[in-house]
Design a protein around this ligand. Structure first.
Ligand code: DAH
Length: 345
């Protein structure tokens, strides 16, 4: 009877020990088998019940053997658990700095488009988009450039091979965002106030370090009663400071556009030299776009009474603004998708 108990105890212990998964489980088993009140000691206590001397000796001997076997099994399992832990975690060094996963971000131009929309949004301009493929009427004629007018030569236009519109003429790729002016007047049923920001792609047959066939412009248009040049100046100063930094001033230089009267070219003071004149700007001023007071004929083309309402407008290239801000030497960099360039922004 008793040898069988010992045998079963041994098997039970070995089975349980081999199933342990960590040091704590192993220690619990050690206590339950070899502890002071453990199963082995409980069996030792039963020796007293034996009367036969030889039996006592045999029993004590085999119990000691089992005790030793269990001790060895515990030691073995302890080694196995330790080496498991090592193989599982040896690669993990919590003191090493982490590796940052590569993270993408918006393209430089998309960031600028968001930023420009936000800057003008702050002062109530509503962002709109009008067709990039548009009719001659919106791109030229409604802007006081009738067919054959020499001012059109300024915009090297792509014409689309499509039937002419009976009213609006030929189909073109819009050369500027000014096509949005009359479209916006129509959208608002010729009812000012109008505060539009039209930001879109434009197309011109021109290619060099500062021109690509496709580029981005934004167009501001404000129409209301009593709008004056000073309002235009205020908006441009506000934008210049928001985009380039505090202290930047704008300058309106007399110019000619068919769709504005008077017309200006817009310069900002160069941040590089604080307007003193440096290698990149020469004069202390950076030219950033065109502007003016909306020509009465343009207002009329949009159905607005030019005796009651006036407006100002301005247009500016997004790539150009970025090139000036970051001193980017070549506009093609925007479109080559070279990560070494894009990652810098
Ligand atoms: N559309 C002109 C261009 O592409 C820029 C421009 C000039 C826009 C004067 C305007 C403006 O709104 O008033 O060169």
């Amino acid at each position: 009877m008793l040898p069988e108990l010992i045998h079963n105890l041994k098997n039970e212990a070995l089975a349980l020990i081999s199933q342990t998964k960590n040091a704590k489980e192993l220690e619990d088993l050690r206590i339950s088998f070899l502890g002071r009140k453990g199963k082995i000691n409980q069996l030792f206590a039963q020796i007293l019940q034996l009367t036969n001397q030889q039996e006592k000796i045999n029993f004590g001997k085999s119990l000691n053997e089992v005790k030793q076997i269990i001790q060895e099994a515990l030691a073995n399992q302890s080694k196995i658990l330790a080496s498991d832990e090592e193989t599982t975690f040896s690669w993990f060094d919590p003191t090493l700095p982490g590796v940052k996963p590569a993270q993408g971000h918006l393209h430089l131009l998309s960031q600028a488009i968001e930023e420009i929309s936000e800057i003008f949004g702050q002062i109530g301009f509503v962002r709109v988009r009008y067709p990039e493929v548009d009719w001659d009427w919106y791109v030229f004629e409604a802007l006081n450039m009738p067919p054959g007018h020499p001012a059109r030569d300024e915009w090297e236009t792509f014409f689309v091979e499509a039937p002419k519109h009976p009213q609006f003429g030929e189909m073109v790729l819009s050369t500027h965002t000014s096509n949005g002016q009359v479209r916006e007047m129509e959208r608002l049923k010729a009812k000012p106030p109008i505060r539009m920001l039209n930001l879109a792609k434009c197309y011109r047959r021109q290619q060099d370090n500062t021109h690509t066939l496709m580029f981005h412009q934004f167009e501001g248009l404000v129409i209301d009663r009593n709008i004056k040049i000073i309002h235009l100046k205020g908006v441009l100063d506000y934008f210049g400071q928001a985009w380039f930094g505090a202290g930047v001033k704008s300058r309106l230089r007399p110019f000619h556009f068919q769709f504005t009267e008077p017309s200006f070219e817009v310069d900002f003071t160069c941040l590089n030299c604080q307007g003193k004149g440096c290698r990149s700007c020469k004069s202390g001023w950076l030219e950033i776009g065109g502007a003016g007071m909306v020509h009465p004929k343009v207002l009329e083309a949009g159905g607005i009474d030019s005796r009651q309402f006036r407006g100002f407008a301005f247009g500016c290239g997004v790539e150009r603004l970025l090139m000036l801000r970051h001193q980017i030497p070549n506009i093609r960099l925007f479109y080559e998708n070279d990560l070494r360039f894009l990652e810098q922004f």
